[in-house]
Write a protein that binds this ligand. Sequence first.
Ligand code: ARG
Ligand code: ZN
Length: 885
Amino acid sequence: IVKYLKDYAAPNHLVPKVDLLFDVQNEYTDVIITLHIEPQNNEKTLILQGDAKLLMIQLNGERLPETAYSLVGEILTLPNMPTVPFTLTIQTRVFPEINKSFNGLYASDGNLYTQCEPEGFRKITFHPDRPDVMGVFTTEIRADKQKFPVLLSNGNKIRSGSLPDGRHFAVWHDPFKKPSYLFALVAGQLVATSDVFVTKSNRQVAIEFYTRPEDADKVAFAVESLKNAMKWDEERFGLEYDLDVYMVVAVGDFNMGAMENKGLNIFNTKYVLANSQTATDSDFEGVESVIGHEYFHNWTGNRVTCRDWFQLSLKEGLTVFRDQEFSGNRASRAVRRIENVKLLRTHQFAEDASPMAHPVRPASYVEMNNFYTMTVYEKGAEVVRMYHTFLGEDGFQRGMKLYFERHDGQAVTCDDFRHAMADANGVDFSQFALWYSQAGTPTLNVSGSLQNGEYILDVKQILPNTPDMPASEKKPMMMPLAIAFFDENGKKISFRQPEHPAVSNTEQTETVLTVNQSEQSFKFLMNANTVTPSLLRGFSAPVYLEFDYTNKELALLLAHDDDAFSRWEAGQTLFRRAIAANEDALKNGEMLPEHTELMDALRNVLNNQDIDPALKAMLLQVPAEAELWGERDNLNPVLISMAREALLEQIAHGLHSELLATALNAREAENADKRGKEIVFYEYNPKDAGLRSLQYACFGLIHRFDEIATIEQVFEYYDEMARKNMTHEWGVLSAINHNHDPKRDELLARFAAKFDSQALVMDKYFMLIASSRRADTLAQVQAALNHPRFALDNPNKVRALIGTFARNVPHFHAADGSGYAFVAQHIKKIDEFNPQVAAGLARAFNLLQRIEPQRQALMRAELEQIVALPNLSKDVREIVEKILA
Ligand code: ARG
Ligand code: ZN
């Protein structure tokens, strides 16, 4: 059953107050909810959502006979309710120990946790369970004192004490109205790591991070990150925390990254626990950004929430934008921006080109859990960034201020956000609304010509067909196009825009054009003989850009552009061209071309001492496989992968000495300030992280194609690297992971034995197994399913082993279909207990329509078996049916 945005109707019953009692027993938990209901419009029929065993219902304290209501599926209908305020008390029984969907109330390692967004609250009890029904929650928890010493819920603890039979209780009160999806409860054996944050208006906020006792040595970085985030939100957005306590709980069984429940965040351990022995630099960066993300939700998500789930990007796009800005402030802003763009282009562009394509605000869904997507999150963040680019920081902050003035305490829509941005600045953003309703990645086709000091830039906007809407029905969108021009020496050219009223007489060196028609021209006056335009600077809009650069022009931008994104992008275009040329050569059985311009440009990058190491590492990164698929049809992913590998090998051989020198210099720089100290810890900090990423960008290339020498060397220095930190250990293991020498297996086995008790490091072991290009990878993955530390019901383990395998192009897309069969088999198995994780894996097949016919037939056969299953979840069904359609 499909839900549509256009069918939205305001709720007929409000529930401004909710009282909850959780009575935790051994095999089950009884939940008593009292809803204080305010009927609207004299509505008599009350409809509640619930998917829990219903034990009894009372109306104003009187038990209702079963004839007074009907329960069909998840929908409880009570036809004869009062039209004046009343209370409804409902008792349900839930079974957290056997709940492996990790949705609703579930047990993990003997403790209890909840996940309610978007519709998990109804797995616990009955409620309208829609985000525009908000209330003040008071929650009492009763449980055995020994098994569940810690009892947590949202807000402040107002009472606690002992009960007979070795039990105890705690009562929590959250003074802020909230939707049911922000409810949380945690009970169990946990230790708290505490700290304090003093807000700008001098209020003390208690910070408490709850973990298993053995993990307490890994929370310090997350605690610091939280304090940094709290401070940053005060300084950049003027937003202050509003409760007396901020709690974060880490759990090893969690379907996604983390959840922003009011005052009580629940986190996947992966985004809380990190020390230098168990976490890589990028793990540290992941912790920092997710801690920031969930904290920022307190204002963008909790204080102002979504009217309905179609509006999800209202909070997610905005909060991702905020966490990106926070991370950009912590370390190299330019490098962070490139990483975000790379993520978007690898995964969101692929989603936009797939049967799952949907606008930032979807028009319909079957299972909302399927819409926590790259489009809603990452493209949504780009949409927010475009407001920022149009309005500038001051204008954007004026918009934010008005947004909170108008909507604090409300559940609102993406249009409300857009209106706040427009009204606060007197800008017309009506055309900009198309970003919320038109799916697919636009293409900007740009050309330029110089004549007598006049440069004309012609911009065409091309919108794609998507399954929900043909291109012919789409209207031209409004977007910022940031530009500059370079002369033949790599100097920025100054120019005037004669047709731009505000700045027609101003000399500029860069500007932001407003693109808002399907074809338009922009005129610039300048004194120049040759012009190389730098376009879409900073990735100013989430689009494909076409401009007919020569390789020489790209090399010029790569060498001189002062916008890090455009510089990087020039290199990426050279890489893409080289891979395409390799693909043609491989197809025709010809010699590979030499790519002289690319090699020269890379040599210049490697030898340039002025480039920040982290950026240099990014400049060396060849586009990911999924980025190369673009919107192509009839594609052979294995051939493209081989063409890409061939280029890596050409670079490794052609630039061997430069790569080696760069890596050794970076190592030297990393070691420089650590020498002579008694014990050297290689802790995470952005500067060293950059030096390490450069080392492994280089070593990764060198080691890949020099298997024999490498494995002997690595065997020698593995222990030394492993002693430094996990980034080095991981770097070394990744570099030899495709090696066929038995010593590779030996090193991996040693790694696994050493970290047997560290679940998050074991995930890394499974990732190594599943990402190897070695011929025996599928067999090794199958063997790993029986590893004592593997567990099919743990989402992190499934993602590490099976999810990673599904992204291992030559193996997932093996010509005999073995990769497809393996993944499909596990989708079916996992769907029986965890539909969300199964649906996540099913997305691996979304290339179906664009893949060459033989693989397409193999994929299709697997998917048809899946949809034929009688008890298939609606999560997996929605994804697979869309792919097959
Ligand atoms: N709101 C959470 C976050 O972005 C994620 C919740 C994801 N929920 C889901 N059912 N997939 O921080
Ligand atoms: Zn979020």
